[in-house]
Ligand binder design. Structure first.
Ligand SMILES: [Zn+2]
Length: 261
């Protein structure tokens, strides 16, 4: 009888491991070297974003560096020593050296993650930077009091797993998006402000590779109130954790099948 139970237990364990959903855990931020760079257009209150992220990253056990100057990007050995970069810098200009330092770090495996105009509307004349981000803001019809829905397009991903579609009152970003990204969430424009875009589906969150570096973007994040929306906080912080595992992490092809052969 005892033998039977033992055999039953083994079969059960094997059975469970074969059928249980395989969701890899997100990388931990503990002891990761993270750089926050904030600045640019003040309307986005970049100092508040930096403060919020610094506090959370420290709670997660990360080693955090904060800079409100783009000059830090020119320090290539420091940049390459990082695990993760969290920029929040709307518009502005990168010098040639700063651009090279930032982009080479990501190419060599440093992760990068960010949101809204602080990552997706920076350095508008720098197409190399946009090639790394995977998209560029162009408009937000209706401004910051637009009520819109965010739809999850991939709930099997670690970043959006268990998150339901949700509504938000904020800027609805209309973006030009690189087809070579994996889209995690989208929004549909109703055309109330610009009739010709009615029904257009635009990505809200995506993940991608830039050579060896992991890149995560979320278009929500206009002001501190947007980070209090639980779904936004969940998606953003999970995306940051995913990007932090860039160095030594597995490189998978991250694309949207409709755009890729
Ligand atoms: Zn904004």
């Amino acid at each position: 009888m005892r033998k039977f139970y033992a055999l039953f237990a083994i079969v059960s364990v094997l059975g469970c491991s074969a059928t249980a959903p395989v969701t890899p855990t997100l990388p931990s931020l503990k002891e990761k070297k993270v750089l926050i760079v904030w600045g640019g257009w003040n309307g986005h209150q970049p100092d508040k974003y930096a403060f919020l992220m610094e506090k959370w990253l420290k709670e997660e056990g990360a080693q955090v560096f904060v800079s409100n100057s783009l000059e830090i990007y020119s320090d290539s050995s420091f940049m390459q020593s990082l695990d993760l970069i969290l920029p929040y810098w709307t518009m502005g200009t990168l010098s040639k050296e700063q651009s090279k330092g930032l982009l080479n770090a990501v190419k060599n495996g440093v992760g990068i993650a960010g949101c809204h105009g602080g990552f997706g509307d920076s350095f508008r004349s720098n197409t190399d930077y946009q090639y790394m981000v995977g998209g560029q803001f162009v408009s937000h019809p209706g401004g910051d009091s637009t009520a819109y829905t965010i739809n999850m397009t991939d709930t099997n991903d670690q970043i959006t797993e268990g998150v339901s579609d949700f509504e938000i009152l904020s800027e609805q970003y209309y973006m030009l998006v690189d087809p070579n990204v994996r889209v995690l969430a989208t929004t549909t424009f109703d055309g109330n402000h610009d009739a010709w875009i009615e029904g257009a589906i635009i990505p809200v969150a995506w993940k991608k590779n830039y050579d060896k570096g992991r890149v995560f973007y979320c278009s929500v994040g206009h002001n501190p109130a947007t980070f209090e929306v639980p779904e936004v906080w969940t998606i953003l912080t999970r995306g940051i954790k995913w990007a932090s595992g860039s160095k030594g992490g597995e490189l998978t092809t991250l694309v949207s099948p409709v755009y890729h052969k």
